[in-house]
Design a protein around this ligand. Structure first.
Ligand code: SAM
Length: 365
């Protein structure tokens, strides 16, 4: 135990909570050092992140973004419990996202940044929260068989869509406008939003989405039906690494694959899978593959949003995250030639690889 300049007794975290110290005539209660400061902030950050995820799903962040100042009762409406809504807002207040003033919620100084990043929190908490909570279970080698973890793939798809909105999707729009697209296949299509947007921007274009997860397939099909695009876009449930026979694949001239390329790995599996795409889509002139690559070195003060969560989640799932160089090796080995590389900052460490089938001796035989 030490006495600070202010004469306050501070105990180390190892001292007993029952300990008391006498300063002059006053008795100063034990004050563990972790109750405020960095250790306490970690705790509160977790709570804020869960509150952000919930507030996004409940539409509260969208409401605040539109209104900036809004009565908490109006936010709750007929369906939500006002005490829960207030509780979420108060938690967000800790981080300056919202200011709760009496019955009103006001967008706080951090609101705009956090709103722009909402997809990351939603992916983390709603999409992957159960996996983080059960991390000790999945750590045991003998339990890592079969379907040993669960993620909410609907939420993963929604989070991914939001994560891509800032930079990745405008880049796709630009590249696809330059290429011209007749039929696009989106592998690991998630919410189906890319297919929808491309069909919307290119009235002649058609699309096929492939996804392995029922949650994503249902979400994509619902969104396509709602947009009245069933005639032009269809979703196939299947494994991209073992594509089902589909006569429509022969029409595909552009293949896209966003935020799922790491699911092709390890290396040999990836090379085989990428080579198989050439056979499955014989008339594809481009493969546009965008993914987050492994970051070198240890995390530190400049570690970006998403990075720690993305890397830990994939370690828990046993999915290898390749580096940029490993990707380049896999493309070469699988018969895809790099046309251009487009790095993005959101998501951090993202790269959009623009590829075309190469006329390699091995594949030309
Ligand atoms: C992170 S999400 C990305 C969704 C979407 N591409 C986007 O950009 O928003 C990854 C998606 O890939 C799907 N996926 C993963 N492995 C797959 C596989 N082997 N075959 C088909 N889909 C797969 C998942 O179900 C999930 O919907």
């Amino acid at each position: 135990m030490t006495i600070t300049e202010a004469g306050v007794f501070e105990a180390t975290a190892f001292e007993s909570a029952a300990q008391h110290a006498v300063a002059g005539n006053a008795v100063t209660a034990y004050r563990p050092v972790f109750t405020t400061g960095p250790a306490a902030d970690l705790f509160s950050s977790y709570v804020v992140t869960t509150a952000l995820s919930a507030a996004h799903e409940l539409g509260l962040l969208d409401l605040l973004n539109a209104e900036r100042v809004i009565a908490i009762g109006d936010m709750a409406g007929d369906k939500l419990d006002p005490g829960v809504v207030r509780g979420l807002l108060v938690a967000l207040g800790w981080a300056g996202v919202v200011e709760v003033e009496g019955d009103k919620a006001v967008a706080g100084p951090r609101f705009d940044d956090v709103y722009a990043a909402r997809g990351y929190y939603y992916w983390l908490v709603r999409g992957c929260g159960e996996l983080f909570a059960t991390a000790p279970d999945v750590a045991y080698r003998d339990r890592r068989v079969g379907e040993f973890f669960h993620r909410d793939m609907r939420a993963v798809a929604i989070g991914s869509r939001l994560i891509g909105d800032t930079e990745v999707e405008p880049l796709f729009d630009e590249l696809l406008a330059g290429l011209g697209v007749a039929t696009m296949a989106d592998l690991g299509c998630g919410s189906g939003q890319r297919l929808l947007r491309v069909a919307d921007r290119n009235p002649q274009a058609r699309g096929i989405g492939v996804d392995i997860a029922q949650g994503a397939v249902t979400l994509a099909r619902d969104s396509i039906a709602e947009a009245g695009m069933d005639e032009r876009i269809r979703i196939v449930r299947g494994d991209v690494l073992n594509l089902p026979e589909d006569p429509g694949f022969a029409d595909v001239d552009v293949i896209t694959c966003v935020f799922m390329g790491h699911d092709f790995w390890p290396m040999q599996r990836c090379v085989d899978g990428l080579a198989d795409l050439r056979r499955a889509f014989p008339n594809a002139k481009r493969l546009l593959l965008c993914d987050v690559v492994r970051t070198p070195g240890a995390p530190g003060p400049d570690t970006t949003i998403f990075t720690l969560g993305f890397e830990l989640v994939h370690a828990l799932m046993g999915v290898y995250i390749p580096s940029r160089e490993e990707w380049l090796g896999a493309f070469r080995a699988a018969g895809w030639e790099l046309v251009a590389e487009h790095p993005v900052t959101a998501p951090p460490s993202g790269i959009l690889f623009e590829l075309r089938p190469s006329v390699s001796p091995a594949l030309a035989d």
